[in-house]
Unconditional design. Sequence first.
Length: 308
Amino acid sequence: MIARFLMLVFCVGFVKLYAQKKQIAITVDDLPFVNEISLQNSVENTQKFTQTLKKNHISAIGFVNESALYRKWGEVDERIDLLNTWLLNGHSLGNHTYSHPSFNTTSLEDYKIDFLKGENVTSKLTKTHGSVLRYFRHPFLQTGSDSLKRYGFNQFLAQRGYQIAPVTIDNEDYIFNKVYRDAYLKGNQAQMKRAVEAYISYLEALFDYFEKLAFALENRPIKQVLLCHANLINSQHFDKVIAVMQKRNYEFVTLDEALTDPIYQSTETYVGKGGFSWLHRWKLSRNVKFPHHEPSIPDDIMKLYEAK
């Protein structure tokens, strides 16, 4: 009887949560463009992505892997211009390392070196737009497999004036992107449509899951931080992603604004090889029990994703 009452209280509370006005910051990893088809394709889709954000009055932050600027010699300036496209459309840039290494398999010193290489171009571009690099996003959300790595790198970041960019809504859009990209290259319109529909359904379930987890931790809506990638499916269909958030009564804020939420001052003590949402990290740090599981990827999409 008591368990049923508590479940009723939780459900009533979550209905109120859904109806409330909420806030979210959009963060985009792996700039200039991931899983590129061609430079021209990246130019066209970067313009489309940034224009969709601008049309919806969203100021996002893009995290850069500078190694991708050198994907092909003779095109370096054009790839740097892709970063400028983000800045010129009112967005900011952050450091995502040079080569997107796994912190689990990279020494602390090598990781620092890769970090420093990852700010050479981006810091100069940001400075020309009257700002400085302030945020760092860990590749794979791996923050340190042992205490020496985690705390050593955190100290290094602080010394260089950086702040970690956390994620609360961790999005496996790369799975849907591969399926979509493969279909795009083959001209398979039906598979492209299926990938987009599955992606949007997945996002709806993902938001539901992480909102419930935030409510379990804080008993209120928090200012969320969404992770997505600069890839084909987002570039061509981010209007649909935005619609998911608008339907759930989100308003869009900058990462700076999102991080004013007190939850981001919470203790987060996770040390290990996992890379996942800060909501999970706080759940582990607070020893909070949460009976739900993240939404799974549809079987047909996983089969296509795993196909060579």
